[in-house]
Write a protein that binds this ligand. Sequence first.
Ligand SMILES: [Zn+2]
Length: 144
Amino acid sequence: MNNKIKVVCPYCKKINAIPKNKEIKKANCGSCGKSLLETHPVSIGDNDFDKIVQNSDIPVVIDFWAPWCGPCKMMAPNFEAAAKKFPLKAVFAKVNTEEYPYLSQRFGIRGIPTTIIFKNGTEVHRVSGALDEHSIINTVTNFI
Ligand SMILES: [Zn+2]
């Protein structure tokens, strides 16, 4: 039985294998050495989107946003705060749709911000519009 989970480092995006079924007090990235427990949203784009979504054993929560979008700016601190609540439980990532229009097109993003949750590489949930911290936490908790 596989007793490890694959987790993406929020700093260098390296895939780490972490032991499962344990109260983990400390987990550092095998590549950059930073703590995997200090979760924060990681920016991803065309070249690492699939690597991260396909290789994560925990849900990947992605905020599709753009720098010119007011509601996206309002939501950013909420997304950041929610990310801290899910160390080794969920990966939080952001896609700048202005920088990566192909990804936005690929997932049929019609308005931003749009939040999509992926599990085992597949989209399992999508919400449009700016979310507050509690809504993000509640939504993500449903997929843990
Ligand atoms: Zn790292």
